[in-house]
Design a protein around this ligand. Structure first.
Ligand SMILES: [Zn+2]
Length: 418
């Protein structure tokens, strides 16, 4: 292989505050399906009523490069969520209009960060569990990131969008309200950290699962985070993660015999698996179809659906009309092993390498190998206190690579697809 090593490895640093109980997060990728659905599910009556009195939360959007006409459906989708969610904490969304996304992707969304219990954040129901920024703030009842954004949404600006808010299906066009309702749900926490490699399944960051992860169950109703049954990482975990039989273990007995089925295809689909509902269980036009893995042209759904609302509720969100089966005491989830987060993967241009936060500076070494084990580049840094490295891999040829990350005494190897 021919490489110009000096060029492709451009090392940039992003500074964040140093704290042990907060980390960056990997976004969820949402795909399109070029198949007209011609289904129309309008917003519920109490939602489409424009009375300001019915708003029980506040979401503010900052638009980056957004055309004016695309802001209308965004504000409409935001207004719908503001009427379902109950929170005293403003949710700030950074909405970016991108012209460089893959043509198969509608949007990518994630909470800006994740938080877990600490001296500063004492009232999260589960300890040793990561909560996305907006939910952590809602539960803590205070701002945790000094007014920074809670959710990042990146919308593919090269898509044939329908900007209307009238819930009318348009042939060949993607209904932006539908897609944004879906995206905001990811940002609220409908997002798993589970992933699958060639040999194993794994989850978590810096020793903790995401709040979403701890609800994930196999067909025998065994939690995937039950470390007495499933190792992390393990082959067994991989088997269940691609079993097509994965469920969100709601406690609400109404759903005991019909637990929400999650998207768990084989092969695993990076960025999309697990953070969606199973398409065949919730087909287009059905009440709970909003969180299916891909949105079709002429598919209109302006309602979150009971199942999504119950999932968010049990994860900790207060939702209008739901009494909740939330954890009221404090449940402790055991800590997991060290891990490094590398995303997106497959990567096109910029690779993010996120480390577990540590209060003390430490030495970090990153080595990039090709598929036959030849070291292409190694980078060593002493006294590192940043938590995310951004690496430009644009000049790499397409193929399989391996990234070995040594953080202090710990080593992690990640397969990378370019
Ligand atoms: Zn999605």
């Amino acid at each position: 292989m021919r490489f110009s090593i000096a060029i492709f490895f451009c090392f940039l640093f992003q500074m964040h505050g140093i704290a042990q109980d907060s980390m960056p997060v990997k976004p969820v990728v949402c795909y399109l399906s070029e198949q007209n659905a011609f289904t129309e599910i309008p917003a519920q009556a109490f939602i489409s009523n424009s009375s300001r009195l019915t708003f029980t939360s506040n979401i503010e959007v900052t638009y980056i490069d957004f055309p004016e006409q695309a802001k209308i459906p965004f504000e409409y989708a935001v207004a719908i969520w503001e009427k379902y969610l109950i929170s005293t904490q403003t949710i700030r969304i950074k909405a970016t209009w991108s012209k460089t996304m893959s043509s198969t992707v509608l949007a990518e969304t994630g909470a800006t960060r994740i938080y877990r219990s600490s001296a500063n954040i004492t009232n999260l129901p589960y300890t040793n569990v990561w909560y996305p920024t907006p939910l952590a703030e809602a539960l803590a009842g205070k701002d945790l990131n000094s007014g920074d954004y809670e959710i990042n949404v990146t919308v593919n600006g090269a898509i044939n969008w329908y900007y209307g808010t009238d819930a009318k299906a348009q042939s060949g066009k993607y209904d932006m309200v539908t897609v944004l309702l879906h995206e905001i749900a990811h940002g609220l926490g409908f997002s798993s950290s589970m992933s699958v490699s060639d040999t194993q399944g794994s989850y978590g960051q810096s020793g903790s699962a995401y709040i979403f992860d701890i609800f994930m169950q196999d067909s025998k109703k065994v939690k995937l985070t039950n470390t007495g049954v499933y190792g992390n990482p393990s082959v067994d975990l991989k088997t269940s993660l691609i079993s097509n039989a994965l469920y969100f273990g709601l406690k609400n007995p109404t759903f005991a015999n019909t637990l929400p089925r999650l998207y768990a295809p084989s092969p695993y689909k990076s960025g999309s698996s697990f953070s969606h509902f199973d398409e065949s269980s919730y087909p287009v036009g059905s009440a709970n179809s909003l969180m299916s893995p891909s949105v079709r042209t002429a598919e209109v759904n302006h309602t979150p659906g009971d199942i999504l609302l119950n999932c968010l509720n049990e994860m900790g969100w207060q939702i209008n009309g739901l009494n909740g089966y939330v954890v009221t005491g404090v449940e402790t989830i055991p800590e997991q092993l060290f891990d490094v987060l590398v995303f997106p993967n497959p990567v096109e241009t910029i690779l993010n390498v996120a480390f577990p936060l540590q209060s003390q500076p430490r030495a970090i070494r990153i080595e990039l190998f090709d598929s036959v084990g030849k070291i292409l580049q190694s980078i060593e840094k002493q006294d590192v206190t940043v938590e995310t490295f951004t690496i430009d891999v644009n000049a790499l040829n397409e193929g399989i690579y391996f990234l070995r990350v040594l953080d202090g005494q710990k080593t992690s190897v990640k397969k990378l697809v370019k």
